[in-house]
Design a binder for this molecule. Structure first.
Ligand code: DC
Length: 222
C-alpha cells in the first residue's frame, strides 16, 4: 500500500496507524532523505554540490530500530544515522529543507531506490512518501494520494511545533509549505504527483480516525 502526498497532508500519522492496524511493515521514505540531509550537515557538505551528496547517499548508514527512550514508556521506532540516534534532529525544519534540496538530485534518488524496495516484505508494507506509487512501487496493490489545503497543513505543523516548544509563526510556516510544495512538484525528477491509479483523499477538515478508516476500507473492504 503506497501513501503519497505533500508535507502536512497527514501521511506519516495515517501510514503508521494503518500499518499498525494491518500488522504490516512501514517505510518512512522521507526519513531516508532527511537522514542524508542530516549526515550531509554533520559532514559540512555543500548542498549545492550534487557529487558530494550522491557519495553521502551511498555512504550513510541508515537504520530503523525499536528502542526504549529514556524517561518514556515502552519502545518507539528510532532512526539511526551512521549508528547515532538522529530521530529528533530528523524532524527539524533544517533537516526537512536539506532533504527537499537533496531529493531534487536524480542520482541521490536512484541511490535510494533499492534501499526503499528492500522494505517490501510479507505480510505487507505501507510505504509513505512522494513517489511511492509512481516510481518506487508502481506495481503496488493499493495506492492512496492524500491532500489537504495549504492553510490546514500549516496549521497542523504549527500545532506540532508548538507542542514541542518550537517558536514559529503560522505565516512563516505557510510560506515554507508553499515553497516546498512548489519545489517538490516542479523538480525534474520524480516530481510530486499522484499515480494514475491512486485513490485521492482530501483530509481537510477530517480527523485522523476518519482518514485511517477510509484507507483501511480500501484494503479490507466490508
Ligand atoms: O515527508 P518528509 O517531509 O519527511 O520528506 C522530506 C523531504 O524529502 C521532502 O521535501 C520531499 C523529499 N521526499 C521525496 O522527495 N521523496 C520521498 N519519497 C519522500 C520524501
Amino acid at each position: 500500500l503506497t501513501i503519497d502526498g505533500p508535507s502536512g497532508s497527514g501521511k506519516g500519522t495515517i501510514s503508521r496507524r494503518v500499518a499498525s492496524e494491518l500488522g504490516w511493515h512501514y517505510l518512512d521514505s522521507g526519513a531516508l532523505y532527511r537522514a542524508i540531509g542530516v549526515a550531509a550537515g554533520w559532514a559540512d557538505l555543500d548542498l549545492a554540490d550534487p557529487a558530494a551528496l550522491v557519495r553521502c547517499a551511498f555512504d550513510t548508514r541508515i537504520g530503523f530500530e525499536e528502542r526504549s527512550v529514556e524517561g518514556r514508556p515502552g519502545t518507539e521506532l528510532r532512526v539511526l544515522v551512521n549508528g547515532l540516534d538522529a530521530t529528533d534532529e530528523l524532524r527539524t525544519e533544517t533537516a526537512g529543507a536539506a532533504a527537499s534540496a537533496i531529493a531534487a538530485v536524480a542520482e541521490v534518488r536512484s541511490a535510494l531506490k533499492d534501499r526503499q524496495r528492500a522494505f517490501r516484505r510479507g505480510p505487507g508494507l505501507v510505504a509513505d512518501g512522494r513517489d511511492m506509487g509512481t516510481v518506487i512501487f508502481p506495481d503496488a496493490r493499493w495506492k492512496v494520494f492524500l491532500t489537504a489545503s495549504p492553510e490546514e497543513r500549516a496549521e497542523r505543523r504549527y500545532k506540532q511545533l508548538k507542542d514541542k516548544g518550537v517558536s514559529v509563526t503560522l505565516d512563516d510556516l505557510l510560506r515554507e509549505i508553499l515553497a516546498r510544495d512548489a519545489r517538490d512538484a516542479n523538480r525534474a525528477v520524480a516530481p510530486l504527483r499522484p499515480a494514475e491509479d491512486a485513490v485521492h483523499i482530501d483530509t481537510t477538515g477530517l480527523g485522523i480516525d476518519a482518514v485511517v478508516e477510509r484507507v483501511l476500507a480500501l484494503v479490507r473492504p466490508a
